[in-house]
Design a protein around this ligand. Structure first.
Ligand code: 6PG
Length: 252
């Protein structure tokens, strides 16, 4: 596995500091971007804190009208279901910033998963510029599970990292829940990939990946390494507690 290049590890003292760092990334990258900015949002509980922080503290500092919102993955549930990644982002951020519906491209979790996977792939291909035959998002936001999954690419479906398709169906190995997920080649084609992980329960998997030790080769998140893009790991002190302090990518 080639070493991770162009990686910046930022360790914050709190989720608020981590959220502010993420906000400053958006200020810098969105406001200085050409015409529009294509973001794929992450699901899960960690981003919810960040979205709420952005809605309160960065209504005016980020040129939100330039952003087209996509998702890296979605649970195959209705958009009103508490499990929906769209619902989480809409309630905590998009509705509070009055983002126009024309800038929101949700994965329709209520539809037939295989049909929606193809349909959403077409939506992305029609709206996101392609480079090297794959859509090139300006920024992809990712979380990480304790098992090393990211988006909905789970260890037992690690082949989705190299799938030819840009989105695929997946199944959560624990709950059996059907998901629709972005695939690895699209993630690694992005201009910026931003992992966000907070809390003690992420320290082992984050430490193994960033130190390239233990079972890191079993973790899909280990293989996220945008060839022509920048990789950020935004952590708090708890999730970063097992990273070797000699890691030269750490920027405090
Ligand atoms: C999802 C996400 C998933 C998530 C991780 C971390 O739909 O749940 O895509 O990859 O980011 O499971 O989730 P937490 O932030 O809740 O720990």
């Amino acid at each position: 596995m080639e070493s991770i290049v162009n990686c910046k590890i930022h360790i914050s003292k709190s989720i608020e500091q981590l959220s502010e760092y993420f906000a400053q990334l958006l200020v810098d990258k969105v406001n200085n971007s050409k015409d529009h900015f294509d973001i794929a949002l992450s699901g899960g509980s960690t981003p919810k804190n960040i979205f709420e922080y952005l809605a309160v503290h960065h209504q005016y500092s980020i040129r939100w009208h330039k952003i087209n919102f996509f998702w890296g993955d979605e649970r195959c549930v209705s958009p009103t279901d508490s499990e929906s990644n769209y619902k989480m982002a809409y309630d905590s951020l998009l509705s509070r910033l009055q983002i126009p519906s024309t800038n929101i491209f949700r994965i329709k979790g209520e539809n037939n998963p295989k049909l929606e996977t193809d349909s959403y792939s077409s939506v992305v291909l029609n709206h996101v510029n392609c480079v090297n035959d794959y859509p090139k998002f300006d920024l992809i936001m990712l979380g990480i599970g304790e098992d090393g999954h990211t988006a909905s690419i789970f260890p037992n479906q690690i082949s989705l990292l190299n799938a030819d398709k840009i989105y695929s169906t997946a199944v959560h190995p624990g709950s059996g829940q059907t998901r629709i997920t972005i695939t690895g080649r699209v993630i690694n084609n992005a201009s910026n990939v931003v992992f966000i992980a907070a809390g003690k329960n992420k320290s082992k998997v984050v430490g193994e990946i960033l130190n390239q030790k233990g079972n890191y080769k079993d973790y899909p998140a280990s293989f996220i390494n945008p060839e022509e893009g920048k990789l950020y790991w935004l952590l708090d002190e708890d999730s970063a507690s097992q990273i070797s302090r000699s890691n030269d990518k750490i920027q405090m």
